[in-house]
Design a protein around this ligand. Structure first.
Ligand code: ZN
Length: 176
């Protein structure tokens, strides 16, 4: 069943389904860092970057963040902080002010997000590319042959993963 579901993701084309993923490695942890805050901030920033790019291409719309209702309290507070102070990378003006908290029965997109998250987890935790390979091309990127801007690995280690390799090659650090 999983293979069939990942096959559906694989068969989508831009811009019908665009994935974002952020993975936090323990090596990047320092006292005072709130991991959920850092990861959610990174994801929202990546989504905002995509919306800004769409705006430049003549599609001036705002993005809506949909969060699983089961985690509403945690994320409502985080999102409020972003609106007031920006993420640690900047403001997120192209994303609608308030996230929509949806139950799993309200939107299938939360289940798709779970599949994306699971594929990223399998890749980073078990070096298992079986599912990740179906999702990889769905991560946001500037063009079909560009590397995945939409996938980020927050780590302090010298890493050559799919997310880190091209950034190291271009000497890109920090936000992008
Ligand atoms: Zn990496």
């Amino acid at each position: 069943m999983l293979d069939e579901l990942y096959g559906l993701i694989d068969n989508q084309s831009f811009p019908n389904l665009i994935a974002f993923g952020t993975c936090f490695h323990i090596s990047a942890y320092k006292a005072g860092i709130h991991v959920l805050d850092a990861v959610f901030g990174d994801i929202v920033t990546r989504f905002n970057t995509f919306m800004v790019r769409q705006h430049r291409y003549g599609y001036p719309t705002k993005g809506l963040v949909i969060v699983d209702q089961a985690h509403e309290d945690k994320y409502r507070e985080l999102f409020q902080n972003f609106r007031e102070t920006g993420t640690r990378y900047g403001t997120v003006n192209n994303v609608v002010d308030i996230p929509y908290f949806a139950g799993r029965v309200d939107t299938r997109m939360i289940q798709v997000a779970d599949l994306v998250a699971y594929s990223v987890y399998q890749y980073y935790e078990h070096n298992n590319l079986r599912y990740f390979n179906h999702v990889n091309e769905r991560f946001d990127r500037r063009g079909p042959h560009d590397p995945p801007d939409g996938l980020k690995h927050i780590t302090s280690e010298d890493c050559q993963c799919i997310a880190c390799g091209w950034r190291v090659g271009r000497k890109i650090t920090g936000q992008i």
